[in-house]
Design a protein around this ligand. Structure first.
Ligand code: HMG
Length: 469
């Protein structure tokens, strides 16, 4: 007789973050680039953009986040079976960033202490961290893990050309997540994860370039369209598996208590929520009353207008659609969903900027901390994740906050964990951006963290790191 043992929940047990100690203030940036500061503060939603110092890179940020995660949970290397690094700021065409991260951790835990561990560097723009989480969750679910845990660390430096419109959507940082059975924080829902993939030219970084080629407005629309497709697929799976049951006048968003979305900049989250709600609510009875409040018909793209280029080039449609979205975002119905399900996740983005792979997870971390601070009981709430990576792929999935979440969330303090930061001048920022400072010419000296000490001493391009006590 086959004995069916119920599967234990698997998900995120704890999270640790690392944010570099330098930032640009939006007012300094606006003055230097002759932009209205209101555009940055309200149009983009950025106040402070995190910038890496001359002795930092994505590998040492990833190692710093992993070390914090291990230390705060008293983990030993023997507890960890897999360490995955997801990044689009790769340092090498061949050597995985994982090996640098392991090398740094072994400076603390001893040479060879992680040798038993597996892992790869994952790349698919900003979405690869979500694939890494999914794969490692399934590694545990299918009982391949021998009682060990996985660490997934997402780490990136979002860097755009000086003077480009992407420049005000930069940022940097790393988020390390501990994945295990019976997690204290969040268990992923099974059989509902949905993925969409397509060949797009919205954003890509050819070999040898340190900054991407960006089709900004195209990328915004690609994000909206593909995230919506992934969400629709998620909804279908959630209904088919019996995870949710939609009643009349309900949408999938009614069954998602908190939303975490990829945040290239915080305003994108607000706009993406409006896009999703419009598509979800359009066929519901309540839409009529909402339309009456908006005071205009919802513009429809002309028949046959299939491509993103065609939609963007129809200036008249785009203008009307923008006006409709603005008015919709003023309605009580939109504001209520925004405030209760998404607003808390934007707080970190406003003071850090884009973390590429890390943005979604920094947003999730921000959300649970600030929702908890409101005095809300989070146990049993379903979090919906909307992940997007240029190029492109989108992923929608969900998880439920576990009963023991307070053990983790009550210790969260974003400002304290970011630590003291220095506001750098635009001149210092440009020197760092152009790579004009050597590691010895770092702007601040660091303590209790890994830093880059040299490149190329042991062999062309090979990086050396040390732990500063
Ligand atoms: P832009 O073209 O300079 O900005 O760059 P805009 O003119 O579209 O204005 C942005 C917002 O500011 C608009 O509001 C304006 O109305 C408003 P919205 O339409 O969003 O409601 N605004 C003002 N508000 C207040 N006061 C003012 C004012 N002026 C204007 N005075 C763009 C924006 C995002 C295109 C650019 O920054 C960019 O190219 N960024 C990089 C690409 C990007 O972040 N794309 C996002 C989607 S793709 C993605 O998320 C993937 C990514 O993370 C990479 C990956 O996957 O690896 C990027």
């Amino acid at each position: 007789m086959l004995l069916l043992i119920p599967m234990k929940p698997v998900g995120i047990d704890d999270i640790a973050i690392y944010v570099p100690p330098l930032y640009i203030d939006f007012k300094d940036f606006a003055e230097a680039r002759k932009i209205d500061p209101s555009k940055l503060e309200f149009g983009i939603g950025i106040k402070k953009m995190a910038i890496v110092d001359a002795d930092q890179d994505p590998a040492c940020m990833a190692a710093n986040a992993c070390l914090r995660l291990m230390q705060k949970n008293d983990l030993k290397p023997s507890d960890i079976g897999r360490l995955y690094v997801a990044t689009e700021s790769g340092l090498d065409e061949s050597k995985a960033m994982n090996s640098y991260v392991i090398g740094m951790l072994e400076q603390i835990y001893g040479q060879g202490s992680f040798e038993h561990c597996g892992g790869i560097e994952c790349k698919f723009a900003c979405v690869s961290g979500s694939y890494a989480l999914y794969d490692n969750t399934n590694w545990i679910r299918c009982d391949e893990h021998n009682g060990k845990y996985a660490i997934v660390v997402v780490s990136d430096v979002a860097k755009y050309d000086i003077g480009s419109s992407g420049e005000y959507t930069q940022g940097a940082g790393a988020v390390a997540m501990l994945i295990k059975e019976e997690p204290r924080l969040l268990a992923f829902d099974q059989k509902v994860t949905s993925t969409v993939i397509s060949n797009e030219h919205d954003f890509y970084r050819p070999f040898a370039r340190s900054t991407p080629i960006v089709n900004g407005h195209y990328s915004n629309l690609a994000y909206l369209i593909y995230v919506k497709k992934a969400m629709l697929m998620y909804k279908q799976k959630a209904i088919e598996t019996g995870l949710i049951k939609l009643r009349q006048d309900e949408s999938i968003i009614d069954h998602i208590d908190l939303l975490a979305m990829h945040l290239p900049y915080s305003k994108m989250g607000k706009n993406a929520l409006a896009f999703l709600l419009r598509h979800e609510w359009r066929n519901l009875p309540k839409w009529k009353q909402i339309l009456a409040k908006i005071g205009m018909e919802e513009p429809k793209p002309p028949e046959g207008m299939g491509t993103i280029e065609a939609i963007l080039s129809d200036k008249e449609f785009m203008k009307k659609d923008e006006e409709f979205r603005r008015r919709f975002m003023e309605t009580e119905e939109y504001k209520q969903v925004f405030e209760s399900k998404l607003a808390s996740s934007l707080k970190a983005s406003e003071i850090i900027g884009n973390l590429y792979t890390g943005s979604l997870y920094m947003g999730f971390r921000s959300e649970i901390e600030y929702e908890y601070r409101k005095g809300k009981d989070l146990a049993g709430l379903r979090v919906g994740f909307a992940s997007y990576g240029s190029g492109c792929s989108a992923m929608a999935f969900s998880g439920v906050i576990q009963d023991r979440y307070k053990e983790v969330v009550s210790r969260m303090d974003l400002e304290r964990e970011i630590g003291e930061r220095r506001r750098i001048s635009m001149e210092e920022y440009e020197q760092l951006h152009r790579g004009l400072r050597s590691v010895e010419e770092r702007i601040v000296s660091k303590s209790k963290e890994f830093v880059l000490v040299s490149i190329g001493k042991r062999g062309e391009g090979f990086r050396e790191y040390t732990f500063h006590n």
